[in-house]
Design a protein around this ligand. Structure first.
Ligand SMILES: [Zn+2]
Ligand SMILES: [Zn+2]
Length: 361
């Protein structure tokens, strides 16, 4: 197992990728190096591809069965300390000396990612976003707003599969238009029914599906989108100073979820074209998906976790755009009084709606 360390040519310290400057920076002597200058270190990470067809096949063969179970132990090049990780661990920091290490074999050969979006936002921005998220959250217990409650703040490159797909879509809808009018004797209601057809083609580029079991899928989807214009060819130097995992959910296992996302998006896009009716109900749909290629990418995510009263809370920030999501604990005492207020408001709204309906009866 090869460990990669990025040494400062000036002082020998471990250099890291800096999101602010997009360069390699030495935290000890402030030397700055271009990421491209480290490209040679990646030459051993040859890239074997199976071109075209349905896409590249990343499944199987590459790593041994006995490696799948349990933990893997590495020894730190700087201090000799033991670094223990599960078999998906690809980049971390030495727990003894803090030096960033990249386990290059996790990203070599057919495991080599095609693309990486380097971190654009650093730890300071993640902490600021956390505080903005808290700001104005009245239900939050005061004690929780204290920064010291954060257990962990980690910059993680999460493995993603990016699927391309084309869809042939045919959808039929039942739709109605309703008109109301009155004269001196009667109230009139006219309902016209329509059979609406929509047919077309829609293409999807790089539908992201998270390839890590450990990372919550819903949390990852909620910090989308990632903008692929910033994606660059993978280079392991970008991982220096961050955590990274290789995928443990393969491309073929992820296709179903990608198909589902493509279908749902197609349905939503076509539904938007059926306008001018009072009611639209889909009655039949036929969506044929033709899958294009799939690419393997590492995308930047800040994960923040904390615990409060024995429960664990996870927050995530898109390391490219700063979009921040997460669950917050509710202070029970505060929650009760807020719930009453909110309930009061919605009861009033209900009365208004029922009065309008009664007029047409
Ligand atoms: Zn240095
Ligand atoms: Zn060490």
């Amino acid at each position: 197992m090869a460990l990669l360390e990025y040494k400062c040519p000036n002082c020998g310290g471990a250099i890291q990728f800096d999101p602010g400057t997009q360069e390699m920076v030495c935290p000890y002597c402030d030397s700055v190096m271009n990421v491209d200058a480290l490209r040679a270190m990646d030459e051993a990470l040859d890239h074997v591809r199976e071109e075209d067809g349905i896409g590249w096949i990343y499944e199987g063969g590459e790593w041994q069965q006995d490696e799948r179970q349990g933990m893997v132990v590495y020894s730190c090049h700087s201090c000799g300390g033991e670094i223990v990780g599960d078999e998906t661990l690809g980049a971390t920091a030495c727990p003894f000396c803090g030096n960033p290490v990249v386990i290059s074999s996790k990203f070599a050969g057919t495991l080599r990612p095609d693309l990486v979006i380097p971190f654009k936002l650093g730890k300071a921005e993640a902490l600021q976003a956390m505080q903005r998220h808290y700001f104005g959250k009245k239900l939050l217990p005061e004690v929780f707003k204290d920064r010291s409650h954060l257990d962990e703040v980690k910059g993680v490159y999460v493995p993603f599969w990016l699927f391309d797909a084309d869809a042939d879509v045919k959808i039929e809808y039942n739709a109605t238009k309703t008109r109301f009018w009155s004269d001196s004797n009667y109230n009139y209601t006219e309902t016209s029914t329509y059979h609406v057809f929509r047919e077309g083609e829609i293409g999807f580029n790089q539908i992201p599906i998270d390839g890590s079991q450990a990372v919550d899928d819903a949390l990852m989807e909620s910090i989308e989108p990632f903008h692929m214009k910033d994606a660059v060819d993978f280079q392991s130097a970008y991982l220096a100073g961050y955590f990274a995992n290789k995928y443990d959910v393969g491309a073929t296992q992820s296709i179903k979820r990608a198909d589902e996302r493509a279908k749902n998006s197609a349905i939503a896009v076509f539904a938007k074209t059926v306008t001018g009716y009072n009611m639209v109900v889909p009655r039949d749909s036929n969506i044929q998906l033709k899958s294009g290629g799939v690419r393997y990418a590492l995308l930047p995510v800040w994960l923040l976790s904390t615990s409060w009263q024995g429960k664990k809370y996870t927050f995530a920030m898109n390391g490219q755009t700063g979009k921040f999501v997460g669950d917050l604990p509710l202070d029970k005492a505060a929650y009760k009084s807020w719930f009453l207020k909110i309930f009061g408001v919605s009861a009033a709204a209900l009365v208004i709606i029922s009065q309008i309906i009664a007029r047409f009866m």
